[in-house]
Design a protein around this ligand. Sequence first.
Ligand SMILES: Nc1ncnc2c1ncn2[C@@H]1O[C@H](COP(=O)(O)OP(=O)(O)OP(=O)(O)O)[C@@H](O)[C@H]1O
Length: 318
Amino acid sequence: MILKTEGLSKTFEVGFWRRRVEAVKDVTFQVEEGEIFGFVGPNGAGKTTTIKMLMGLIHPTRGRAFIFDAPIPSHSAKARIGYLPEHPTYYEFLTGGEALRLFATLAEVPRAEQGRRCEELLELVGLTQAADRQIRKYSKGMQQRLGIAQALVADPAFVVLDEPMSGLDPNGRKEMRDVILELKRRGKTVFFSTHILPDVESLCDRVGVIVGGVLRDVGRLGELLSPRVGSVELTAEATGAARAALSRARVLSEEGSRVTVRFEGESASKEADDAVRALGAAGGRLVSLTPHRETLEDFFMRRIAENGAGAAPMRRAG
Ligand SMILES: Nc1ncnc2c1ncn2[C@@H]1O[C@H](COP(=O)(O)OP(=O)(O)OP(=O)(O)O)[C@@H](O)[C@H]1O
């Protein structure tokens, strides 16, 4: 196991009256070696606060965390962690190549290895051609990719990325996803936060869903979504009593005796079953019955709704 948290919590006290903001509440999860773990939640959910605690930048109010079995903050563990902050900043008048060399020196990469390491990383993140250009001329996507190269400069086993796709266009996001998959292929463990759902679907081995500072779910996406039937669509030939058998569902279309309805919510499956029986008993004819599994977006929306108003929506695509 690479990372383990136990009841990790952070309460900020804000302003003159020291109003308490519980940013992270009792978060417990693990990240296993070699996996890509997505830490997913809407804006303000507590992702950055959790990551900052893990990186030793702020102290937890309660709870514990271990990285490589060492309690945080651990100097020895830190040497094996690569970290991309949410808003990386650079000395913009350096070129990408110069900045990376500087990071390599700061990370105490042996001088003899620095040249080769930096070249290889620039290649990995697709910045070889731009290595001699000043960072102030880099696009947002190029700056994010330089940030990944910076995070990898000490050849860490565990890579922590805070919103690596944020602010990137679809092409930039695809490039970032490819880099993350390549890291996994090279045997690294990757933990990244995001509020952009397609990134989660296409990348993660497991996800943790955090809403309002509370970790609501942890698991494989398939496991989180599959058991739930979100809605059932039913088409029937029905008039009179048979039509009445469908009265509890929402009507999607109606043409003559042919009607299409949708059952929604927790008991959609059962209500649809009951309706099919009643329909048959009343002389109606079932044409089709289609259960719709909950999508990732439905899942998040439900979690956010359960958390109450005030949470910003997740983005379907960025
Ligand atoms: N230094 C701080 N002082 C007071 N409140 C803070 C501080 N940092 C974060 N918060 C609050 O804690 C909550 C969680 O913020 P956090 O930045 O961890 O969320 P996030 O999931 O990373 O969202 P985003 O994607 O918008 O960065 C928010 O309500 C935020 O306003």
